[in-house]
Design a protein around this ligand. Structure first.
Ligand code: 5GP
Length: 221
């Protein structure tokens, strides 16, 4: 993977937001609400995992084969890619470059390994981690969703713990406990980053209160 890229152009003050949250944390719902009144480009990743019921090819993901995934890697078609619970996931490069250059904010919803690869290549990227209220709540959500077999849920929960351990390294951290509060917090972070206001500082991962919040989620895991 190359280091800092020189082909990323931020037109009209556009920003790149990298959002990570363990699977089952509800980030899709938060983003869905947020996007009702914010015009940003949400990147559609490629994945080799099978679609879940209701997932639409081209909207939720580009569902592709291992061969096609390898081809995209060979053609330098990804900004980053990573393995997650036995499947591959990657961020297509071309739409991201186009949208940023056109002045549109770009959101990536990706796991931690990929997120840090992005930060390395695009240091201007804004890194946000969304915490679940507890690891138990995450497990219950995954069980309730019913889209994964019990052994896969186990893998996802253990991956989630590994991801939460890296939350300290993100710039901003918030929690999804109550949906309305989470949408409000997410919007505050986005708007204050865009407008350069201090409101975002309450979510800074270096704050004592944020460190304690991450510690507590991990202590009870
Ligand atoms: P899921 O299978 O639940 O849709 O996604 C599993 C994990 O992969 C989630 O944490 C999700 O954010 C992450 N993910 C989705 N797309 C990408 C991507 O393009 N790159 C990376 N590194 N992770 C991704």
């Amino acid at each position: 993977m190359r280091m800092q890229r020189n082909d990323v152009v931020f037109g009209k003050g556009s920003r790149l937001f990298v959002i990570s949250a363990p699977s089952g944390c509800g980030k899709g719902t938060i983003l869905g609400e947020f996007m009702k009144d914010h015009d940003v480009f949400l990147s559609v990743s490629c994945t080799t995992r099978a679609p879940r019921d209701g997932e639409i090819n081209g909207k939720h993901y580009h569902f592709i084969t291992d061969e096609k995934f390898d081809e995209m890697i060979a053609q330098d078609g990804f900004l980053e890619y990573a393995e997650y619970t036995d499947c591959s996931y990657g961020t297509p490069l071309a739409p991201l470059l186009e949208n940023l250059a056109a002045g549109r904010d770009v959101f990536l919803e990706i796991e931690t390994q990929g997120a840090f690869k992005v930060k390395e290549q695009v240091p201007e990227a804004v890194m946000l981690f969304i915490l679940p209220p507890s690891v138990d709540s995450l497990k219950h959500r995954l069980e309730k969703r019913g889209t994964e077999e019990p052994d896969k849920i186990k893998k996802r929960v253990s991956a989630a713990i590994g991801e939460i351990k890296r939350a300290y390294e993100y710039e901003y951290v918030m929690m999804n406990d109550d949906l309305d509060d989470a949408v409000r917090d997410f919007t505050t972070i986005y708007e204050s980053v865009k407008n350069g206001t201090d409101a975002v500082e309450q979510f800074n991962s270096k704050n004592e209160s944020i460190i304690r919040m991450i510690d507590e989620v991990l202590e009870n895991a």
